[in-house]
Ligand binder design. Structure first.
Ligand code: PLP
Length: 406
């Protein structure tokens, strides 16, 4: 399959925006969806929409097979040992909040430490801030090197025997940094801490093996990997999940309900209170089929090439600062002279080019970078070098326009 074949599978890309063919460079915020995913959702609603688990009728059985079948696809995709370890959530944010609210509240107390980094998304900061406030634990930040990477020496110096939770992004949504999760997990475990990984930006773009990483929890969202919005996954090691209490109570997650006491279902259902995200999970399964058909190795290599090409092209733009290391995932975050990133994004949009501007839900990182905002172009399987060229040409035009204005 070549890139044009892949692009043709994304109907949304075949349109003009502001009179120009669309160049979509905002996949780190949310990816576009291939026809197969759109059709899987359409088929579910047209042909077998029904609630899962409870019904004995044909449609209900088909919906249950689709929902639980998607769980097995996720299990295989991340190489979890069992589907008991795969919990469907609303996304990365809900998954991380579940760990903080359930594991965190039960296991942390005053004197304990939670270690995170300066490069976290707000979704991997605030649950831990709240947990620290509720339990009296201390929230500690791993420092960053000047190029936006983490040194293992700093990890060794920051994690102590008081550390109970280490939580970290695998791939930064701003810097593109790829963190050495396997090595950091080993250090966390040496001190008896659990390792939580925010996989929102890694899972869509590279092969992830949770057994190889040996992390205890791993969170990700379908919508960043060609799947629908509103569904994601919390992976957790079975022996840990077994001892955790649910955080949402109601239908679907119970075994038996009496007037004053109730018991929970087995894993993973005890964490899935209420009617689950049936269509979302089925669409997610179709997205996984799609990504596997292309191959994660191929996706990673393609994005690496594009990111390197973008870095090279941006180095030709006078006054352009790119943040993050040269060895990076498929995104570039940048600023141009004194042009506000929102102005950059607005002018690019007039040329049909979609990039993101703002703090990217990473305000502590913006503070560390000493900027209030940045612009970001992020790539996926459907982007090509021509997209990068159009983006850079438009950026040069933007810069020239603003230098004439001021
Ligand atoms: N973590 C990272 C690194 C992200 O980039 C994002 C989304 O941009 C999230 C967490 C939150 O994901 P969601 O909004 O799908 O829960």
């Amino acid at each position: 399959m070549n890139i044009q074949d892949i692009r043709d599978m994304f109907p949304i890309l075949n349109q003009e925006v502001n009179g120009n063919s669309l160049v979509y460079l905002d996949s780190a915020a949310t990816s576009q969806k291939p026809t197969s995913v759109i059709e899987a959702l359409d088929q579910y609603y047209r042909q077998y929409n029904s609630n899962v688990h409870r019904g004995v009728h044909t449609l209900g059985t088909k919906a249950t097979d689709g929902y639980e079948g998607a769980r097995e696809k996720v299990r295989k995709f991340i190489n979890a040992r069992s589907t008991e370890e795969v919990i469907f959530t609303r996304g990365t944010t809900t998954a991380l909040n579940t760990v903080a609210a359930s594991y965190g509240r039960a296991n942390l107390a005053e004197g304990d430490e939670i270690v995170i980094t300066y490069m976290e998304h707000h979704s991997n900061i605030i649950p831990w801030q709240q947990l620290a406030k509720a339990t009296g634990a201390t929230l500690k930040y791993l420092p960053l090197q000047e190029d936006g990477t983490i040194s293992l020496e700093d990890v060794e110096n920051t994690i102590t025997d008081n550390t109970k939770i280490v939580s970290m992004v695998y791939v930064s949504n701003v810097l593109g940094t790829i963190n050495p999760i396997k090595e950091i997990t080993k250090i966390a475990h040496k001190h008896g801490a659990v390792m939580v990984v925010d996989g929102a930006q890694s899972t869509p773009h590279m092969k992830v093996d949770v057994q190889d990483l040996d992390c205890d929890f791993y969170a990700f969202s379908a919508h960043k990997m060609c799947g629908p919005t509103g569904v994601g996954v919390l992976y957790g090691k079975k022996h840990i999940l077994e001892h955790m209490e649910p955080v949402e109570f109601g239908g679907e997650m119970i075994d038996f309900v009496d007037l004053y006491e109730s018991t929970w279902k087995e894993l993973p259902w005890k964490f899935e209170g209420g009617t689950p995200i049936i269509a979302g999970a089925i669409g997610f399964g179709a997205a996984i089929d799609f990504l596997e058909e292309i191959g994660l190795d191929k996706i990673e290599a393609h994005e690496h090439t594009l990111a390197q090409y973008a870095l090279h092209r941006l180095s030709e733009v006078d006054g352009c600062t790119v943040y993050g290391p040269s060895k990076r995932a498929g995104l570039v975050t940048f600023n141009v002279n004194d042009v506000h990133p929102h102005d950059v994004a607005t002018v690019l949009d007039a040329d049909g080019i979609a990039v993101r501007a703002g703090h990217h839900c990473a305000q502590p990182l913006m503070k560390w970078l000493n900027v209030s905002a940045t612009a970001r172009a992020s790539f996926y399987i459907y982007n090509n070098e021509e997209d990068v060229d159009r983006f850079v040409s438009s950026l040069i035009k933007t810069k020239e326009y603003f230098s004439n204005v001021f």
